[in-house]
Design a protein around this ligand. Structure first.
Ligand code: NAD
Ligand code: UGA
Length: 437
């Protein structure tokens, strides 16, 4: 089948490559000419090596190409996946302008084509967006009726950055919300051969499943941070506590790792968006407000631990390792490194930072600090270090790097280093929820 994907971002390219690998012909459209050029040369506009390898192969074989012509791409395809960004507005509401522009391109294409096509919203959108926003724009601008002239579906994406290809090829579940049976059936045929369970729903349930999933993940993280903050004050190591708590199958062991809070392009914005959507219906979600408040405070916990070790931070040289929103990616959207460094600067610390991949993106957010070209250089002469992102290579920091610090203090802001190894290398180890000395 010929498939169009609007939006050459993480989700759009993972979707395009996945369906390309399943034998479909894919055209990806975007408004950004730099992205188009990059995709057509087989290169990803972000760091996701396994996805890039498969993209290269598909581009070479001529099974995936990119274009700026969204209208033409939709017109020549049977199914179109809308994968544009839905970022937060200051109110927390999703910014629907990119979605609106994409819908207008879709409508233009439908107006000038006579065959039945299915439009699938894959972007994360709050409940009722597909039926009350997307559908009216397309119907009004195209003069066509949803359910009669074209099909409409909502198919949320559950991939994690850093494992985009694997998650997209082998999703834990596939949710197909549809306006009618015919649209859903066509989209379901695309998922033939996938080993994941498929759930057919209406449009709003599909939208809500996505938010219910992400807000639960965020809840687990804020819960873990609360438990960890208490443990450290009680002289207990939260790692063991949470490990054993996670053995209860009703709880589960994943996403119980405390740290400086959840960042990234999705969890924070999705919690805010669902809270705002509920408020519009007169419902005040105290749970969502509280888990955001816990998240906002969490970078201060790392700073508190650092201060407990070295005292006032004024004029101290503080190394921040990891600037991406998590290890393994170059994405800095809503990274916790921003509030962390902002708080450090407010305390008059001199910040030196390093990240294996994210410096070119991060430097645009905070250009005024010093950037190091390696973890070793970052630690040299530092009065303390906070590890903000769980890059595996930071586990290799040893005696040599630690002995170059002025004060040998490591604050593990992601609880992924081994305290024994860090202490053996000669540093004092502090970690979120690590209440032992
Ligand atoms: P992104 O910002 O990486 O990519 C979006 C792309 O859409 C950009 O390249 C942009 O130029 C393009 N675009 C914007 N308007 C357009 C238009 N009118 N026509 C054509 N192209 C247009 O976004 P993303 O991270 O891929 O996220 C997309 C959606 O998927 C969001 O709603 C997000 O919440 C959701 N999501 C993201 C992830 C993730 O891990 N990043 C996972 C699951 C769901
Ligand atoms: C998240 C979800 O995990 C995906 O399922 C979802 O599809 C995606 O959002 C989305 O909707 O875009 P992602 O943004 O890639 O994926 O990041 P996560 O791996 O979930 O991490 C988010 C943040 O939480 C990171 O800052 C990470 O360091 C933090 N985290 C994660 C913790 O603090 N503790 C944990 O135990 C896990």
């Amino acid at each position: 089948m010929r498939i169009c994907v609007i939006g050459a971002g993480f989700v759009g390219l993972a979707t395009g490559v996945t369906f390309g690998k399943h034998g479909h012909e894919v055209v990806v459209s975007d408004i950004d000419p730099v992205r188009i050029k990059s995709v057509n040369s087989g290169a990803l506009p972000f760091f996701e090596p396994p996805l890039e390898k498969e993209l290269k192969t598909l581009v070479k074989k001529g099974r995936l190409k990119a274009t700026r012509d969204s209208v033409g791409a939709v017109r020549s395809s049977k199914v179109t996946f809308v994968c544009v960004q839905t970022p937060s507005l200051p109110s927390g509401r999703i910014d629907t302008r990119p979605l609106k522009a994409a819908c207008k391109s879709v409508a233009k294409a439908l107006k000038s084509s006579d065959d039945y096509k299915v439009i699938v919203v894959k972007s994360t959108v709050v409940p009722s967006t597909t039926d009350s926003f997307v559908q009216p724009i397309i119907e009004r601008d195209s003069g066509r009726s949803a359910g009669k002239d074209f099909g409409l579906c909502m198919n949320p994406e559950f991939l994690q950055e850093g494992s985009a290809l694997r998650d997209s090829m082998m999703p834990s579940r596939i949710v197909i919300g549809s306006i009618d049976r015919r649209s859903g059936d066509l989209v379901e045929t695309l998922y033939k051969g996938f080993k994941s369970p498929i759930f057919r729903t209406n449009l709003r349930s599909a939208e809500m499943i996505k938010y219910a999933s992400n807000t639960f993940l965020a809840t687990k993280i804020s819960y873990s941070n609360e438990i960890a903050n208490m443990c450290v004050r009680f002289g207990i190591d939260s790692a063991l506590v949470l490990e054993v708590v996670g053995k209860d199958p009703r709880i589960g062991s994943l996403f119980l790792r405390p740290g400086v809070g959840f960042g990234g392009s999705c969890l924070p914005k999705d919690v805010r968006a669902l809270k705002d959507r509920a408020r519009l219906e007169g419902y005040n979600s105290r749970l969502l407000s509280t888990l955001l408040a816990i998240n906002d405070e969490q970078p201060r916990e790392a700073i508190r631990l650092l201060e407990s070790a070295i005292g006032s931070l004024g004029n101290k040289r503080i190394a921040v390792l990891g600037l991406a929103f998590k290890g393994g990616v170059d994405d800095v959207r809503e990274t916790r490194a921003v509030p962390l460094i902002t708080h450090l600067l407010a305390k008059h610390a001199r910040v030196v930072a390093y990240d294996p991949m994210a410096i070119p993106n991060f430097i645009r957010l905070i250009p005024t600090i010093e950037y190091a070209s390696s973890a070793a250089e970052c630690l040299k002469g530092a009065d303390g270090c906070i590890v903000q992102a769980d890059w595996l290579q930071f586990k290799k920091i040893g005696k040599k790097e630690i002995s170059s610090m002025r004060q040998r203090v490591i604050v593990d802001g992601r609880r992924f280093l081994d305290p024994v190894v860090v202490k053996k290398a000669g540093a004092r180890y502090f970690g979120i929820g690590y209440g032992l000395s």
